[in-house]
Each structure stands twice: as C-alpha cells, then as structure tokens.
Design a binder for this molecule. Structure first.
Ligand SMILES: *[C@@H]1O[C@H](CO)[C@@H](O)[C@H](O)[C@H]1NC(C)=O
Ligand SMILES: *[C@@H]1O[C@H](CO)[C@@H](O)[C@H](O)[C@H]1NC(C)=O
Ligand SMILES: *[C@@H]1O[C@H](CO)[C@@H](O)[C@H](O)[C@H]1NC(C)=O
Length: 488
C-alpha cells in the first residue's frame, strides 16, 4: 500500500500487547524530530526517526499514532531519508485503552545489530485548525488555533526528541508552556524564535505507549497564531470526465462548492471597504478574492459559470498541447475570480469546464486492444482541503472490458450506465468517491476499455436517426399548424 487513506475497517488485535512487547526490543530511537507546518485548511507534519537496531535482522518498525491525530490525518507516507521509495505500511491495530493506532513499516532490508537509518514519516492533517476568535470584522486579522499532543509516542525507548511548530508568520498570540517535564529536561520546555516554536529537547524517554505513560506524561499543547492567507475548503467537488472518440475529445467539468473556513464575518460586508483595501493591495486574509489554478496544457472552450450565468472576470493563459508522456510541466493558468469576494463562513458554488484533445491523455495498446485514458482526480487547489469528491468518468458508448486504476483507494466505487442525448445504449460510467483530499492527492486515474468498431458507427447512425426524427417532427408541426389555421 503505497498511499494510504483511512477507510479500512480497523483490526482490533487481541494479540496487540504481546506483539508490541516483542517489538519493543528490536529498535531504539536515537532521535526524533517532528516538524509541524501550520497553515489554514492543511497542516503538514514531518517526523524524522533516527533509529538503531537492537537485534540482528530487525526489519519492521512500529509507528504509534494517537487517535486524535489519526482522525485528522488524511495522508501518511513513510520513506527512508533521501530515498524516493515509499515503504509498505500496514495498520496493525488499535489499543482500546489508550486509543493509539499502530502501523508497521517494512524497511527495504533488515538492519544488522547496531545499524542505523532515518525514517521520514510525512502526514497531512485536515480540519486541524479552527478560527479563534470565531468571528472577525472585515478589517481584522485572521487568527487560528491548533492543538496537538506534545510528545511523539513510540513503543521504543527514545534518547532525545523535539517538536518544532512553524507558524505562517512570527505573529503568535499564545502557546502552551508545558509543566512537569523535569524528568526529561531541566531547561525551558519551549523556546520561540521568529516563526518557530521548539518544544524540547526532551531526553531519555522510556517506551511511551503504555496507559500509565500517556496519562502521567503526555501533555496537550495549543498554539494561537495569525494566518495571513485564507482557509480554503471545498465542501464538495463533483468532476465529470467524458471521453468521446467520435469527437476525439475529453471534456472535464467540475462543480465546486467553495467554503471559506476562516472566522465568520462580524457585522455587514462593506464593498467600499473591500475595494479600498484591495486597491491598496491589503485584501484581508480571511477573504477569498480568487484562486490561481493550474489546468492542463492544450485545453479549449474553457467555461466558467455560476448560478447567475457566465463569469467573465477571470483570466486564462492557455499553454499549447504537450505530447503525451513527455516530462514537460507546462500548464494553462486560470486566475479564477468568484463573482463576489468569499468572506469567512460564506459559500460560493460554480462550474468550471474545458475540452482537450483526446490524444493528449489517451493511448491505444495494440497488444491488448484496449484504450488507456488518464484522468486527473482533481485540479490541485493550493492549500485547500476537499471534504468530499466524486469523480465520474463517462466512457464512450459501447465500451466493454473496462477497468480503472486509481492512484489511491477510493472510499466507494460505482459502475453504472449513463445515457445522454444521442446515445442509444448508454455509456458505462465509473464513479469514485473520496473524502478529505489534500495537495498530496493530485494523482491520476487510469481507465482502460475496449471499443468495438461497431460502437464507433453507432454514433453516426444515432445522429442520422435524430436528424430524420427532427425533420419528421418539423413536418408534423407544419401540418398541425395548417390544420389549426384551416379551422379558423
Ligand atoms: C553494539 O553496541 C553495543 C553498545 O553500544 C556494544 O556493546 C556492542 O558491542 C555492539 N555490537 C556490535 C556487534 O557492534
Ligand atoms: C457563456 O459563455 C459561453 C462561451 O463563452 C457562450 O457560449 C454562452 O452562450 C454564454 N452564456 C451566457 C448565458 O451568456
Ligand atoms: C455554507 O454551506 C454550508 C453547508 O455546506 C451551510 O451549513 C452554511 O450555512 C452555508 N453558509 C452560508 C453563509 O450560507
């Protein structure tokens, strides 16, 4: 399992305790450094474990993640420092008493006695911050709170650990100064330098996943900080990707419900105040004035409308088509402006769509006789969380033997038939559902299918039939028309 979403049923192993007791002797943490990058909708946490094998052939390292942190985590990935391969990760179980979840990471090769390596655990947390105060005036700054547990827990002994919390700006209103840590440090338990808070170093921490340790020694830490960019939440993204061989076209249409997760606006919105602050380039951080999106290269017929109609204030710079499979990082840039500035607590729903030449994302595999089409899960929206996403892929009419390969498991898959105007038998559709997508989830879904030659022919036939139908209808109308006139 390369990429992990927490939608698997939890295994509660009765044998967890003995298993952990056994694991305890295989490693020691010589140092743990956790770095928390605070943001708005997303919080990125990177934890580096410098580990040493205490037994010959130690190959499975156990990670302990507290329940509360686990609930907020929507991305978890383990690598060896400096390497790009993602280590296989298995959820082992949850300790009912402490709530801690255990993951087993398999090292690329077993370590010899006293051998060392560095593991890098990367996670992304969503909805881990909240606005405080919960309401703010239009000109007020935006402040958020974040809470976390102080110590990184481990079933192994830890020689030294620290947690660094980085805030978006040095404006930190308050942060917890933990007490009762004399066992681990005689110095200041926390220091602040610019936009970084450092908790620790805390030394000689015993095996820390027991109920006693968690109750006695674990502390909660709260940081109250200023965030100078908006908390962008997409409550719902509905993407429809329609593949047409007849038109040699891939149409992608996104229905987006945008929500500003910042403090709710106190009082009335003043457009004048907004315009004047925008004029001075000081748009308040809790207003979403727009977003810059990177759309694929080679797109055409871009449309963007909301409940009132077309929105024409956005700017688009399209990049020319890029040959499939080339490593180019070209993209079209859309500066999307909502019809009105989206203030804290406000929503804005809109539809964004485009066409692109099918050859840019489709290939034909002559060995299997199947088409392969690449559909991006979503358009990445910088520092935004997507609470719910539904990606519907509409295959060409008559497609058979289809399969799909998502970049990470969906929470639910559906396969159905989709009937549009001019279709005679409907088109197979694949719908994937996801929750809590982040900037890490911009992967590609590959779909493969076969289209028999006769299916290509059905479309012209359907067009011909429809055309004749309209023609006959027109004739009938004329007849009706004349009959009425005759009656007069
Ligand atoms: C491993 O380290 C321990 C303590 O540092 C030392 O006593 C032991 O001799 C070492 N063993 C090997 C095989 O290096
Ligand atoms: C919206 O824009 C598209 C393309 O620019 C155009 O075809 C369509 O007629 C417009 N619709 C309205 C309601 O203005
Ligand atoms: C925004 O949408 C959410 C539900 O998605 C709703 O609860 C909330 O009231 C909406 N906010 C406003 C200001 O309409």
């Amino acid at each position: 399992m390369a990429r992990w979403r927490f939608n698997l049923p939890l295994l509660l192993l009765a044998a967890l305790q003995p298993w952990l007791a056994l694991a305890e002797h295989s490693f020691e943490n010589t140092a743990i450094v956790r770095t928390v990058e605070l943001g708005g909708a997303l919080v990125h946490v990177t934890t580096t474990y410098a580990i040493k094998a205490l037994e010959d052939g130690s190959s499975v390292y156990t990670l302990a993640i507290p329940r509360d942190e686990h609930q907020k985590t929507s991305w978890l990935e383990v690598k060896i420092k400096g390497q790009s391969a993602i280590l296989p990760l298995d959820l082992v179980g949850q300790d009912i008493k402490t709530g801690i979840l255990y993951y087993a990471a398999e090292l690329p090769k077993p370590l010899k006695l006293n051998a060392t390596t560095n593991l890098v655990v990367e996670t992304v947390q969503t909805h881990a911050t909240y606005p405080w105060p919960a309401e703010a005036g239009q000109k007020d700054p935006q402040s958020l709170k974040y809470e976390t547990e102080l110590l990184v827990l481990s079933p192994y002994v830890t020689a030294v650990q620290r947690t660094k919390i980085r805030t978006p700006s040095p404006q930190v209103h308050s942060f917890t100064k933990p007490e009762g840590l004399e066992a681990f440090t005689l110095e200041d338990p926390v220091t602040k330098s610019g936009a970084t808070l450092t908790y620790g170093p805390y030394k000689n921490i015993p095996q820390s996943t027991s109920e006693d340790f968690v109750e006695d020694k674990q502390k909660r830490v709260t940081v109250h900080y200023e965030c100078d960019f908006p908390v962008i939440e997409i409550s719902k993204l509905t993407r429809a990707a329609e593949i047409s061989h007849w038109g040699a076209n891939l149409n992608i249409e996104d229905n987006i419900v945008l929500h500003n997760g910042g403090p709710k606006l106190k009082g009335h919105f003043s457009r004048l105040e907004h315009q004047s602050s925008a004029y001075f380039g000081r748009s308040p951080p809790h207003v979403i004035p727009g977003m810059t999106l990177h759309l694929p290269a080679g797109i055409q017929n871009v449309y963007y409308y909301d409940f009132i109609g077309n929105v024409s204030t956005s700017r688009l710079r399209t990049a020319p088509s890029v040959p499939k499979g080339s490593p180019s990082t070209q993209f079209s840039v859309l500066e999307l402006k909502p019809r009105y500035p989206v203030l804290g607590g406000w929503n804005y729903s809109f539809t964004l769509g485009w066409d692109s030449p099918l050859r840019d994302s489709a290939g034909y595999d002559s060995k299997t006789g199947k088409w392969v089409v690449a559909i991006p899960v979503m358009t990445p929206i910088p520092s935004a969380v997507i609470d719910q996403a539904e990606v519907k892929i509409v295959l060409p009419e008559g497609a058979t033997d289809f399969d799909f390969y998502p970049p990470f498991p969906a929470s639910m898959n559906e396969v159905a038939s989709h009937i549009t105007y001019l279709d005679t038998i409907g088109r197979p559709t694949i719908t994937l559902h996801y929750n809590q997508l982040t900037d890490k989830h911009s992967g590609i879904i590959y779909v493969t299918y076969r289209v028999p030659f006769s299916a290509h022919m059905k479309k012209p036939l359907a067009v011909a039939t429809a055309f004749i139908g309209v023609f006959v209808l027109a004739l009938t109308w004329r007849r009706v028309d004349t009959r009425i006139q005759r009656q007069k």
